[in-house]
Write a protein that binds this ligand. Structure first.
Ligand code: IPM
Ligand code: MG
Length: 376
């Protein structure tokens, strides 16, 4: 069966890592007799420059016609002052797409392959049985998405030159409904049944009303998964435990901003953001899950255009797409195996450089992509 993919490369290193992911998809397509129709479209600053907005109508229309979105990265902080904040790519493209397609759960699998253990900032004895966890965060409600978001008490400051505005108070609100919590909890428990059957639900139930509700709803949802162990942990404790003993975690489920922070913290334990994919999933529709798949890292403008970025996160994001949205397990597995094989053979992009490069084969973005495609 043919599947269509909207490929939105975006800014910074987005285009160069996307190129490698498409190369690998073409290789797996051939090796596994699959049919993929990959359509590229503009997003981010690239789209603002060429079409006037971060998520052009044409791009959105293409996404709607597609079976999944393969996303690169958007956002260039040094250009932020060029447009009002609602129009910046982080809000106008990333958050907009999550909301538009009801992608309520964001999944970040974080795994440290044995052959890259040297890259972890943790001492070996802290790594224990290794790092292999999945952060599931609520992505359409919570602190980022609540309608009440504003700046108040704006003061006009007059001095020399044009009057300037000074904001004296800003408001964001965190609101979550029981059903928003229920859905993401269900996703976390389901994921746990395919893993080590443990869910750590992270909240701030000693302080926040939303967290008290969170704990209640997650506990209720857990009754339907009797073979999955549930534990509750306060978010500050979780932040600490992640660096003290990361091997205690299997699936971590939490509100969006808690998850944003904890996922980056967990990712840092792996030593490079260039290895980790991310999936934003919505409701099942006619047996298929629509999803947006992207690297967990950002646009990395400092290394953009130099052919040094690690394309593995984007390539693994493509594998997640084949697995979750298309149900093509063997093809997804083949990509993940090919990545392992190439790493085991010593191929390394600069971010994975160890204490020394001895025994490694240092490669560029495109060489890494080609090596993975050939391994397929
Ligand atoms: C991420 C990013 C985004 C998020 C921002 C850019 C909206 O930090 O994907 O982790 O927090 O979800
Ligand atoms: Mg983030």
């Amino acid at each position: 069966m043919k599947r269509t993919v909207a490929a939105l490369a975006g800014d910074g290193i987005g285009p160069e890592v996307m190129r490698e992911a498409i190369k690998v998809l073409r290789a797996v397509e051939k090796a596994h007799g699959l049919r993929l129709d990959i359509q590229e479209a503009l997003v981010g600053w690239d789209a603002i420059d060429k079409e006037g907005k971060a998520l052009p109508d044409r791009t959105l229309a293409l996404c709607k016609e597609s079976d999944a979105i393969l996303f690169g990265a958007v956002g260039l902080q040094y250009r932020d002052s060029e447009v009002p904040k609602e129009k910046r790519p982080e809000r106008a493209a990333s958050l907009r797409l999550r909301r538009q397609f009801g992608l309520y759960a964001n999944l970040r699998p974080i795994k440290l392959p044995a052959e890259l253990a040297y890259g972890s900032p943790l001492r070996p004895e802290r790594l224990g049985d290794g790092i292999d966890l999945l952060v599931v965060r609520q992505a359409t409600g919570g602190l980022y998405n609540t309608a009440r978001k504003k700046t108040e008490a704006v003061l006009e400051v007059r001095g020399e030159g044009a009057p300037m505005q000074q904001v004296l108070r800003a408001v964001d609100t965190l609101s979550l409904t029981a059903s928003e919590i229920e859905r993401v909890a269900q996703m976390a428990f389901l994921a746990a049944t395919l893993r080590r059957r443990k869910v750590t639900s992270v909240d701030k139930a000693n302080i926040l009303e939303t967290s008290i509700l969170w704990r209640q709803v997650v506990t209720e949802a857990s009754r339907r998964f009797p073979d999955v162990t549930l534990e509750h942990m306060l978010v500050d404790t979780a932040a600490m435990q992640l660096v003290l003993r990361p091997d205690q975690f299997d699936v971590v489920v939490c509100e969006g901003m808690f998850g944003d922070i904890l996922a980056d913290e967990a990712a840092a334990l792996v030593g490079s953001l260039g290895l980790l994919p991310s999936a934003s999933l919505g409701a099942r529709h006619q047996g298929q899950v629509f999803g947006l798949y992207e690297p967990a890292g950002g646009t990395a403008p400092d290394i953009a255009g130099k052919n040094v970025a690690n394309p593995i996160a984007q390539i693994l994001a493509a594998a997640l797409m084949l697995r979750y949205s298309f149900g093509w397990q063997p093809a997804a597995q083949a990509i993940e195996d090919a990545v392992r094989k190439v790493l085991a053979a010593g191929y390394r992009t600069p971010d994975l450089r160890g204490p020394s490069t001895a025994g490694f084969r240092m490669v560029s973005t495109s060489e890494m992509g080609s090596a993975i495609a050939e391994a397929l």
